[in-house]
Structure formats: structure tokens, C-alpha cells
Ligand binder design. Structure first.
Ligand code: KG4
Length: 338
């Protein structure tokens, strides 16, 4: 079964064709990052306008690069939540039109479920159940993945997502948007103990997280140095920041895996590309003899293949949408209703 996956929840327009949920036939991504870099973050209206300009062309290219024609597409999967609402509406409306024109089923997909599914594309042997840490620009959650479409949140951030925190820390360090990779590069060679930054805990909720205090702490370190006219160890601050993020994420995910009795730990989302987070997970999983799955960098960020992949499993579980399908800016991963 060939599924065309459409993704437009933030600043990447993406279209891909995946066969039987696991085999990527094409994976086209148009990143708008340069257009938003000028403003230091995503400007929702600019994102929507760019999606609408490129989405038809990109979907056509995805079908062509898959070696197919339109008649070879058996279903359309689309990210319908969560994300920037104007951006989501472009993808959803395109997918509705495509499904109607081709006479094929329309399958709405939860964006974070898609990020988790990126691992099924990278690792053919991987099957639920497992514990997943989903860390992206808009979402940060520890998820109990019992089945392909059966999951629940074990812990989540109370404020900023991990990626959002990377982007904001990077911005005050004078780095371009999106800040995750530039901050990682700056941290190379920096002393990760140069600064003592907060590792917030939420009373009574051991798996929940908070990143807003960490962001404020980075801002304060920079302002203090500026006000005193002192030189700032930027590499040390970036490295200390990465350590604080990783030491917030990794132990919580490992504790949750232990408590739920899982031998498999999966990491997903844009921040899963981070070298420090990857290395800390590798060490932790080796020490506890757990299997670790983290997608290759190209499948960590937003893409259409992950949506087509999850769309396949949603399809198998009976999920279909009609032409009344809407998009939603927020939706819990375990309460998916379209
Ligand atoms: O998954 P994604 O492409 O979009 C969402 O679904 O939100 O994630 C984007 C986020 C951005 O915040 C970006 O700065 C972050 O992932 N990111 C990284 C790295 N590469 C991308 N964060 C830390 N280290 C990286 N190497």
C-alpha cells in the first residue's frame, strides 16, 4: 500500500511516499528556516503562505520520485494536529483535495505520533511496546507506546519544549534560528561544568519537566556578564546548557522505562539530533542493558515519510477522515480525535 504523507505543521513543507508503512519511496522537504531566521523564530503567517506556494509542487515531486503516477497512491495521510493552526490548515486542505480527486482514503495523523514512527522507518525490526522520549520544537513528552496507535503520556514539560528552549538560548547567545545545531556546534570544546544551571523538578510529578527557568538562567548569565563588562565563556555556557537539558531528559526517560518494565528506549523529534543527548542515552542504555533506537539525523526533524508511516498504522487500526476534517493547534498524543 503506497501512502502519500503530507506535513506542514511548522516551517517545513514536506511530502513523501511510503510503501506498507516501512519503505521510503520518496521524501521531499522544503525548509523555510532561512525565511524565518530573519525574525529569530517562526512567523506563522509567513509559514502558511510558503506552505500554500510549494505544497502542490512538492507532492507532485514526491509521487514522481517514488516512481509512481497519481493512480499509484492508495491513501493520503496528513498531519492534522498539533502545530501552527494556519500552517496545519494548508496541509489538511491540500490532503482533502488530493484524497477527493484521487478517490482514496484520507488519514489524519498526530504530529508527535509521526515523530515516533520515524523510528519504524529507520529500524525495520522495531515494534511496540517501548518507552519513547519525544523531543521537538513544540513538544516534549515521555510516552508509553503500547501499540502503534495505543499510547499514553507518562510525563511532559509544563512550559517550553526542549527544542524551543534550545532556540531561545541560542538566540540570546547571538546564534541563528533554528538554534539547536548552532548551539551544539558552539558547545563543542566548551566546558560543560563552566556554569551551574538549574535542573528543574516538579513536586509530585517525577517524569514531568520544566525548561523556562533554564532559559531565564541563560539570559541572566549573559546579562550579568554584559552589565559587568566581563568576557563571557560562550562555549562553556552552551555546553553547560546542553548538559542541563540532557540531564533533565535522559534520567527521566530511563527511570520511566525501568518503572514500566521496558527494555527498549526510543528517542524521537528534532532534538533527538543533538549529539550530547544521543551520547548520554547511549551511555545510559549500555549501563542498563537496554536497546536504544534514535533515528538518523535526516529523520529526526519534520518530514512527510514519518506521517505516511504512522498513517499506515492508523489506517490499519481503522482511522479514516471525511471531507469535514479540521486541524487543531493542540491535541494530546493519547486523546487523538479528528
Ligand atoms: O521536530 P522538529 O523538526 O520540529 C517540531 O516538530 O517541532 O524540531 C525542531 C527543533 C528546533 O527547536 C531545533 O532547534 C531542534 O529541533 N534541533 C536541535 C538540533 N537539531 C534540531 N536541537 C538540539 N540539537 C540539535 N542538533
Amino acid at each position: 500500500m503506497n501512502i502519500l504523507g503530507i506535513e506542514s505543521s511548522c516551517d517545513e513543507t514536506a511530502a513523501a511516499v511510503v510503501r506498507d508503512g516501512r519503505e521510503i519511496l520518496s521524501n521531499e522537504i522544503f525548509s523555510q528556516a532561512d525565511m524565518h531566521a530573519l525574525y529569530g523564530g517562526v512567523v506563522p503567517e509567513i509559514a502558511s503562505r510558503n506552505h500554500i506556494t510549494v505544497i502542490s509542487r512538492l507532492a507532485g515531486e514526491a509521487v514522481k520520485k517514488a516512481g509512481l503516477t497519481k493512480s499509484g497512491i492508495d491513501a493520503i495521510a496528513v498531519t492534522a494536529a498539533p502545530g501552527l493552526i494556519g500552517a496545519l490548515l494548508v496541509g489538511v486542505n491540500f490532503a482533502k483535495g488530493a484524497a477527493l480527486a484521487l478517490g482514496v482514503p484520507l488519514i489524519p495523523v498526530h504530529h508527535v505520533r509521526g515523530h515516533i514512527a520515524a523510528n519504524y522507518l529507520a529500524f525495520p525490526e522495531l515494534e511496540p511496546p517501548f518507552l519513547c522520549l519525544a523531543i521537538s520544537g513544540g513538544n516534549t513528552a515521555i510516552v508509553d507506546v503500547r501499540g502503534y496507535t495505543d499510547m499514553s503520556i507518562v510525563g511532559a514539560t509544563h512550559d517550553d519544549a526542549a527544542g524551543e528552549c534550545f532556540d531561545k538560548a541560542a538566540r540570546v547567545l547571538g546564534l541563528p534560528y533554528p538554534g539547536g545545531l548552532p548551539l551544539q556546534n558552539l558547545a563543542e570544546g566548551g566546558d560543560d561544568r563552566a556554569f551551574s544551571l538549574p535542573h528543574a523538578k516538579i513536586d509530585g510529578h517525577p517524569y514531568d519537566m520544566s525548561f523556562s527557568g533554564l532559559k531565564t538562567a541563560v539570559i541572566n548569565v549573559i546579562h550579568n556578564a554584559q552589565q559587568k563588562g566581563e568576557p563571557l565563556d560562550r562555549a562553556g555556557l552552551a555546553a553547560s546548557f546542553q548538559r542541563a537539558v540532557s540531564e533533565t531528559l535522559v534520567p527521566r526517560a530511563m527511570d520511566a522505562a525501568r518503572e514500566l518494565g521496558y527494555d527498549t528506549v526510543v528517542v524521537a523529534g528534532g532534538v533527538a539530533a543533538n549529539k550530547r543527548v544521543r551520547a548520554d542515552f547511549e551511555r545510559a542504555c549500555e549501563a542498563e542493558n537496554k536497546k536504544l533506537y534514535i533515528p538518523p539525523i535526516k529523520l529526526c526533524g519534520d518530514n512527510g515519510a514519518m506521517i505516511a508511516c504512522q498513517g499506515y498504522y492508523e489506517y490499519l487500526s481503522g482511522v479514516r477522515a471525511g471531507q469535514e476534517l479540521n486541524a487543531y493547534a493542540t491535541m494530546d498524543i493519547d486523546k487523538v480525535i479528528f
